[in-house]
Write a protein that binds this ligand. Structure first.
Ligand SMILES: [Zn+2]
Ligand SMILES: [Zn+2]
Length: 245
């Protein structure tokens, strides 16, 4: 029996023991199907399209505008771009790689982010990609940092080295359910960057951006360590107040 047949037999056995289902609609997936979403759900991923805020990717009415929160502010993270909106099949997919241990779903999500890079020229010109880190305890529980899996795909497509420039030095409470000020407080000094960040233009990579508070906290740590510029690319943008723009 050849190697290919063994691999296929192994996959079939794995599928029989634990059939893979679409992370969104839970349809059974064919054992030869390597994506975490079925075809229709994959096609239904809501791409984040303009117009969005020049800085934080919050949807805005007109191109070339800042959203209310970004206008007039100075930010350590000068630019945030998202591949998709946190809608449709996206929450199920994120849940699969964040809470259900589906590491390969994160790899697929990273590939889908990388596919959209050519349409986001404002994200070019960085020296390195850096994942938003997990607290070591969370990393032990999950076995992988999903942001790092995304960063590996994005870095490979953009020709950037992936550097672990940041450490999470303080466990934070989950961000959901917290107001904007509480989020900022929850995150203050949660991250630290090492001297390797000095002089670099860094592209932060994360799974979901809600208020942008964790990205800003990471960027502030990188700037304190001497990074020249920090931008961010996230898999999905969750908008807090979709009706207010
Ligand atoms: Zn599906
Ligand atoms: Zn904004």
């Amino acid at each position: 029996m050849g190697m290919g047949m063994l691999v296929r037999a192994g996959r079939l056995l794995g599928h029989w023991l634990l059939p893979q289902t679409c992370a969104h609609c839970r349809e059974d997936l064919n054992p030869d199907w390597s994506d975490p979403l079925c075809g229709p759900c994959r096609a239904g991923l809501p791409q984040a399209r303009p117009s969005f805020c020049l800085r934080c990717a919050e949807p805005v009415r007109e191109a070339g505008e800042f959203c209310r929160d970004c206008s007039g502010g100075a930010f350590a993270c000068s630019l945030i771009r998202a591949a998709f909106l946190y809608q449709g099949p996206v929450p199920g997919l994120v849940h699969a790689f964040k809470y259900r241990g589906r590491r390969r779903a994160a790899e697929a999500a990273g590939r889908w982010m990388a596919c959209l890079l050519p349409g986001l020229p404002e994200l070019s010109g960085h020296d390195a990609a850096a994942p938003v880190p997990l607290h070591p305890r969370r990393l032990r529980e999950r076995g992988y940092n999903q942001a790092r899996l995304l960063a590996l795909q994005v870095g490979a497509a953009a020709g950037l080295p992936v550097l672990d420039l940041l450490a999470r030095v303080k466990p934070t409470r989950p961000q959901w359910g917290l107001g904007r000020d509480a989020r900022a407080q929850n995150l203050a000094a949660a991250f630290q960057a090492g001297p390797a960040a000095r002089g670099l233009s860094v592209l932060l990579v994360d799974d979901v951006c809600t208020s942008g508070a964790s990205l800003e906290s990471c960027a502030a740590a990188l700037r304190r360590a001497g990074a020249r510029r920090v931008g961010a690319f996230v898999f999905a943008r969750q908008t807090l107040q979709p009706s207010e723009n």
